[in-house]
Design a protein around this ligand. Sequence first.
Ligand code: SF4
Length: 437
Amino acid sequence: MPHVAFVPLTGLRVGEAEMLSFGMSLPGLRERGQALGELPALGLLTLAGMLGEEWSCSYHPSASTSTLVADIVATSPDVVAVSALTASVDEAYQLCDALRLSAIPTAIGGLHATVLPSEAAKHADAVCVGDGEAVWPEILADILSNTLKPRYQASKPFDLSQSPIPRFDLLPPKTVPRWTIQTQRGCPWACEFCGASRLLGPARFKPPEHIDRELGALRRFDKTPWIELADDNTLAGRDDSMELLRAIEKHSVRYFTESDWRIGENPELVRALARSGCVQALVGIESLAFQYAGMGRKDAQLTRIMQAIDVIQDHGIVVNGCFIVGADGETNESLDRLATFISDSRLAEVQITVQTPFPGTSLYRRLQKQGRLLDRSWSYYNLFDVVYEPNILTVQELELGLRRILSEVFSATENRKRKRLRYQIWRSHPGWMYNAK
Ligand code: SF4
């Protein structure tokens, strides 16, 4: 029986040792990084769901890297399917190189490989450009006929209504802190720094009945699952949001999502979101110092954004306010202003990262054109290292400034304050008794 080994090299690569050398303790950040690293790789589980009965497969989470190659070789795979982010792509290339020594073919996909297929082709035997689902059947057929090609390009974006049910059964039972499902892909906005929103095509949506089926399948493995929606911007541009939320509500799940602050200006939608089990929403506020191109109506006044966030939190949904530092115009004063703004705000959770020009984004092209990209390996593209010349601060000033405000925003006092706030917010959630269990 032919066999596929699936290897996700995803998750956040926080340079924590180096950060700790600044005398910092970042519990919130560490937990978030760990949670992301442990999330199931939905893309690969979905490809596994497309395998016919003639195929067997195995799933190798990247946590087991010390024995990863030996574990994979032991399965005698006909192909190894690898997905990686920019920060982890060098690890993925090393893995492909190691497997090549054992004459095991590899296929790599994901946003980075989609943008830089020629680079990926130096290491992997096949590169998947675009949505993996669109070319996976052809790759499988070519493996069987021993005619694997160096590049597979999706001719059009994959229709999400045709998505198979992900193979949740490949995950070891009771080891999944949060499951992932995806309700949409892409985003109607086009923020300059964002790679996820456009590189695989326009915004597309899974029909509510499809989500109903996926949740039904997931609940066969976990009766009360915690879920993180692997969406780019849940509900944005969707005209059947209420139907989607009703479909989720039927399953009594609790979930985290990433959405647009403007949902807070539609109380009926926020009520439905809370009823459907949403307990936390990541909302991009981005920068107090800079207005990114392509943000659409994110250029609204900050007070309007914060009022919308209040409405979301008043309905029992904790908002994780996400900020990016280091945009053009950033100074030491603007960094200090941000730390004060966050401390004075009612944000119950916060995420701060440094502006990162991922390849394929407008931001990358702009900084490259301006000659401002530093000569740093992809492993630095981890959201915490600076990989470009800021326009006012020096690189070192920005790195030190980031660490300074992280130490303030994630101090023990600030963390305790936000923890209390989260508790208060969740007490007003319609599923509070359920969540408290
Ligand atoms: S709103 Fe979010 S998902 Fe959409 S383009 Fe901007 S950063 Fe990307």
